[in-house]
Design a protein around this ligand. Structure first.
Ligand code: ASP
Length: 344
């Protein structure tokens, strides 16, 4: 045997021996679902034990609801709807029940969902009477020829498709109302990130600042999907729409690359086309999901914005970067192991 053939055989053995490679590179857990409950000035010292516990429990319940769908072989879209319903129905989050107020004292909700298998998407903006906006977004995707519907037309469409309608007063909560009053006092002109209201962390209001919700998932059929639901920003102008319902800005999914849901100062996410930007970096710059999502958070920061995002790629790799003090977040592995985190 020639010397070079001998070396080639050794190289092939080293490269192909599965025992060797698994000993050197322990397999990373494969994730199937991740959620966020908003990013912002979330500091341990401003949190009571009971509030922290309430968050951990709700985030866990949401992850479990999404995971149950995946485990049963349901679609990533079903998993997203299930996980987001849990957070929309809780006053802890700025989505559904806990939505923040506009400068006119109304709750205007935005949501979007996207199917990575066929790039279909649905979104609603500025709705005031649909209990679960993420399902309204899904109805637009599944049952209309459109991608985005706003205001009364979206509400009527959702109602006609059997979604639960509530009186706008359903979304009224004392803590959000008081948050608006303080914001109005401070600066009537400037829309602000609800969770960056530092005053709100001072007693007795310190337990009222929470964020947008989102979910990304990878189902057993290999399909990625993403969904986001929000009340927007406290004291936002009547009629303002943020990034969450804008496909490519706050929400995006593509089986070829990644599923993304964002949270943060929406205007910056729109301007950086944040969610699609991550996908593009994976596809065109051949970056990994962590590197790509971190790079986009940096672009947002350079413009003066802040927030975070969750991302899952087709291999079940999850990234959850943020440049704020904290982000309510969690993920679950293919075998059901749940992890929840809040702070940096
Ligand atoms: N991105 C949302 C918006 O600008 C707010 C948030 O994520 O907290 O409407």
């Amino acid at each position: 045997m020639s010397k070079s053939l001998y070396f080639l055989l050794i190289l092939m053995y080293v490269g192909m021996n599965p025992m060797r490679s698994s000993a050197q590179q322990p397999l990373k857990p494969k994730y199937v679902l991740a959620i966020h409950g908003g990013a912002g000035t979330i500091l341990k010292e401003n949190m009571t034990d009971s509030l922290e516990q309430a968050y951990i429990e709700k985030l866990t319940e949401s992850l479990q609801a999404g995971y149950d769908q995946i485990k049963q072989g349901k679609s990533s879209l079903d998993a997203i709807e299930a996980a987001i319903h849990v957070m929309e129905d809780s006053p802890l989050f700025n989505a559904g029940k806990g939505a923040v107020f506009t400068n006119q004292g109304k709750n205007e909700l935005d949501a979007a969902i996207m199917d990575g298998s066929n790039l279909k998407a649905g979104a609603v903006a500025g709705i005031t009477t649909i209990k679960n906006p993420i399902s309204a977004a899904r109805a637009v995707m599944d049952k209309s020829e459109h991608v985005m519907m706003v205001g009364r037309g979206a509400e009527e469409f959702a109602a006609n498709n059997g979604l639960e309608v509530v009186d706008p007063r359903y979304f009224w909560t004392k803590q959000r109302w008081e948050g608006l009053q303080r914001a109005l006092e401070r600066d009537a002109e400037r829309a602000e990130l609800d969770h960056d209201d530092k005053k709100a962390f001072l007693p007795p209001y310190k337990d009222e600042k929470f964020g947008t919700v989102g979910c990304v998932a990878l189902d057993q059929h290999g399909n990625l999907a993403a969904g986001t639901s929000t009340g927007g920003m406290t004291n936002k102008k009547f009629g303002r729409v943020g990034d969450s319902p804008i496909i490519g800005a706050g929400t995006y999914a593509n089986n070829a690359t990644v599923a993304i849901s964002c949270t943060g100062w929406g205007e910056y996410y729109i301007r950086t086309v944040a969610a699609y930007n991550v996908s593009s970096k994976i596809q065109n710059a051949k970056m990994g999901v962590r590197e790509a999502s971190q790079a986009v958070i940096q672009e947002i920061e350079q413009l003066g914005g802040d927030g975070g995002m969750i991302a899952i790629d087709r291999n079940g790799e999850v990234a959850m970067p943020f440049n704020t003090q904290g982000m309510y977040r969690g993920k679950v592995t293919a075998d059901g192991k749940i992890t929840v985190e809040i702070y940096k």
